[in-house]
Design a protein around this ligand. Structure first.
Ligand SMILES: NC(=O)c1ccc[n+]([C@@H]2O[C@H](COP(=O)([O-])OP(=O)(O)OC[C@H]3O[C@@H](n4cnc5c(N)ncnc54)[C@H](OP(=O)(O)O)[C@@H]3O)[C@@H](O)[C@H]2O)c1
Length: 233
């Protein structure tokens, strides 16, 4: 079984890649920073020597690089069982005073990345009549936050992408799940000084992904929302 996870050198993506490898999946991961990527690849291989781990340096905000990454995946595998569109960046801001160009930048990394990669890999899934696509949305896909700004717009867009895809892929037997976490303890929160139990561990996001995948093939978990016990921060 083969899985592609974007933005998987750290945080939620890395936790999902580790979990899928532990369940016996070959994984292809990507991120931009080659050192962090190599470290993630080494950590996954060390724990799971029986699976193939391929790590590619890709800027998912750059369409040409996404297309080249997709080609590399298709040259490596003839089937993809799980695609996790996880790569994303969080830059807080308010719509009235955030930097010019922020919306374009966040749309490229948080939305267009998933659109282009999914379109490239979908023919494999449709042909095999099997596959599961997870889109890493956010609680910011569901309601507005004071500092959500363009980030929130992109996460609403990714949820819209996910819903459309789900409807479209019903007859093709390809499952689509949006995962919307609240605060999760990753590098995105570097500098946060509150108690760690106000955050969820990224391994829990990996667990819900795995649990959704392992249900009966005719069962589709369409949307997942997770929050810490005390709610959003
Ligand atoms: N943590 C949370 O509280 C939270 C809550 C809701 C949703 N999310 C979503 O979950 C996803 C993962 O977040 P995280 O908190 O795990 O973030 P993280 O710890 O900062 O990790 C992000 C990962 O994505 C990679 N990445 C970032 N920009 C990229 C790009 N342009 N091309 C390729 N890879 C890129 C990073 O590596 P490089 O920087 O080296 O590229 C890293 O591997 C995001 O979509 C985020 O919006 C997170």
């Amino acid at each position: 079984m083969n899985a592609v996870i974007t933005g998987a050198s750290k945080g939620i993506g890395k936790a999902i890649a580790e979990r899928l490898a532990a369940e016996g999946f070959n994984v292809i991961i990507c991120a931009r920073n080659t050192d962090a990527l190599a470290a993630a690849k080494a950590a996954i291989r060390e724990k799971n020597p029986a699976v193939t781990v391929i790590a590619e340096s890709v800027d998912m905000g750059d369409k040409a690089q996404v297309m080249a990454f997709a080609q590399k995946i298709k040259d490596t595998w003839s089937t993809v069982d799980i695609l996790v569109n996880n790569a994303g960046i969080f830059i807080p801001g308010a719509l009235h005073d955030e930097a010019d160009g922020l919306l374009e930048k966040l749309m490229a990394v948080n939305v267009y990345s998933a659109y282009h990669l999914t379109r490239e890999l979908l023919p494999l899934m449709i042909a095999q009549r099997n596959g599961h696509i997870f889109n890493m949305c956010s609680t910011a896909s569901h309601h507005a936050y004071p500092n959500g700004g363009s980030y929130s717009i992109t996460k609403y867009a990714l949820l819209g992408f996910s819903k459309n895809l789900r409807r479209e892929l019903m007859p093709h037997n390809v499952r689509v799940t949006s995962v919307s976490p609240g605060p999760t303890l990753t590098a995105s929160w570097d500098g946060f000084e509150g108690p760690p139990d106000r955050m969820m561990p990224p391994e829990d996001i990996a667990s819900v992904v795995w649990n959704a995948f392992t249900l009966a093939k005719q069962t589709v978990v369409e949307e997942i929302q997770l929050r810490p016990m005390l709610g959003d921060i």
